[in-house]
Structures are given as C-alpha cells and as structure tokens.
Design a protein around this ligand. Structure first.
Ligand SMILES: O=C[C@H](O)[C@H](O)[C@H](O)COP(=O)(O)O
Length: 251
C-alpha cells in the first residue's frame, strides 16, 4: 500500500475527502505495468500525488499515464511520471477521473472545469472506468448537485446552438465566459463550452436519448454526460469514510 506523506490534517474537510477517494481508488485499481488514463480536476490532482509516491518508492513500476487535459499532463510531467498518449497507447487498462455529479444510475456530469471531450476519448479507450468523488457529488437524480450539462462546441456553431438546444431539449443555455480573459472559455481543443441548464424534476428523463440527440447535432463535439461506462465510484464522506459503489450492471 502506498501511503500519503502529505499533511492531510492541514487540508480542508472537502479536500481530505477528495484525497481519500483518490488514494483508495489508486490503491485498489492501479498496479505496476498499468496503462492508465488520468482524468482532470481537483480530485485527480490527488490521484497524481498517489501515483507519484508509488512510482518514486518503487511500488508502482512501469506504469504509463495518458492524460485527459493540458493541466493533468503538466502535473504528470512535474511529478516525474511516464506520460504517453493514445497514439502510442490506444488501449488502456484503467481510466480514473473525477466528476461533478454521479447519480444513482452511475450517470455522471463532467466538464465543470472545461475538460470533457478528451476525458471521454481516454475513458472510451480504457477497459475499466473508475470515478473518484467527494460527498458533494453523490446524488439521486442528475441535477440535484450540479445544475447543468457542459457541452463542448465548435466556435462557429455556438450561437445557433445556444438557441437550438433549449428549443429541442428545454431549459436554457449559456456560453461559458472566461474570468481572466475577455470572452468565452476556450477548451484545450480550441472549442467553446455551452452550459445547458436543464429543467429539474422531469420524471423518467432518458439521458441516453438526450446524449444521442446532442451528439448527433452538427457543431457539438461532445457532452459532459457519461452514461453506462462507470465500473465503480469511490465516494469519500465527511466522516472520513470512503465507500466503493460498484456498478453491478457493468459486471
Ligand atoms: O472539467 C473537468 C472534469 O470533468 C472534472 O473531472 C470534473 O469537473 C470534476 O472536477 P473536480 O474533481 O475538481 O470536482
């Protein structure tokens, strides 16, 4: 078992939860020789810390890390971990990523940090997909915790899509704006993000059908809906416990 050397007591409770989820998942599903997709976001940062410790102390040998974003790639490089890509390693053993929300059917919303298209590509290349999350992401119904589905779009399609998505699916759409730059957020792929605020409390919503309609719409690159792909979620709770919830439908 790889142990943490970071002063966990100094972390805020929510950060402690993220770290526990990441370390628990790493301990169970990352072994020497693993070809690993490494997701994006603040929870994944702790996974990178876990990998760094294991790699440096020799408990994780010959691992290959395929990042899902520019920032994750930088973290991996700074940590001295072996970084590759899908050109060199098109098939991965495992992908581990965070999420903005995970519902009772293991459907996830991702992309709150603007990363979703590369995440989905890397996830799809992996045999197994594990989500690491703190207790704020655990929901019964999608939308209980996170208010919108991020959608990556080609810039020339953004204005028509801001109108056509709510017309077709209800709710409302906003072009995500940058905070320290004038204008919209630009993704790692040079695209924009539309946040689709869907209507809440719609019973029996078919997320798969919605995903398929959106994915078939010209100009939409990918959505932050991850459906039917999660093997297990590691939720870390405020009492310090971590629970692995296995998706029995995938096993
Ligand atoms: O765009 C970002 C990614 O989809 C993240 O995995 C997701 O937003 C969760 O990030 P965090 O661990 O920071 O809550």
């Amino acid at each position: 078992m790889v142990t943490s050397t970071a002063p966990e007591a100094e972390l805020a409770p929510i950060e402690q939860a993220k770290k526990r989820a990441a370390f628990a998942c790493g301990e169970k599903y990352v072994q020497s020789g693993c070809r690993l997709g490494v997701g994006s976001g603040s929870t994944v940062k702790y996974l990178v810390e876990y990998l760094k410790q294991g790699y440096q102390n020799g408990q994780l040998k010959d691992i290959i890390c395929v990042p899902t974003s520019f920032l994750t790639k930088q973290w991996l490089i700074e940590s001295g971990l072996p970084v590759s890509d899908l050109d060199a390693h098109p098939e991965l053993d495992v992908c581990i990523d965070g999420a903005d929300e995970v519902d009772g059917q293991f459907t996830c919303i991702k992309g709150g940090g603007g990363c979703l298209a590369q995440e989905k590509i890397v996830q799809t290349a992996a045999k197994h997909f594990y989500v690491i999350a703190d207790y704020l992401k655990d929901s019964k119904h999608l939308g209980d915790r996170y208010p919108a589905v991020p959608i990556e779009v080609l810039p020339p399609a953004s204005q028509p899509l801001l109108r056509s998505i709510p017309r077709a699916e209800g709710g409302s759409c906003q072009l995500r704006q940058a905070t320290k730059k004038c204008g919209p957020v630009v993704t790692d792929n040079g695209n924009f993000i539309i946040d689709w605020q869907f209507e809440k409390n719609v019973s029996g919503r078919d997320w798969l059908a919605i995903q398929q309609r959106l994915a078939n719409t010209p100009g939409i690159v990918e959505t932050g809906l991850f459906i039917g792909c999660v093997d297990a979620v590691f939720f870390a709770y405020s009492d310090g416990s971590v629970k692995e919830i296995v998706n029995t439908k995938k096993h």
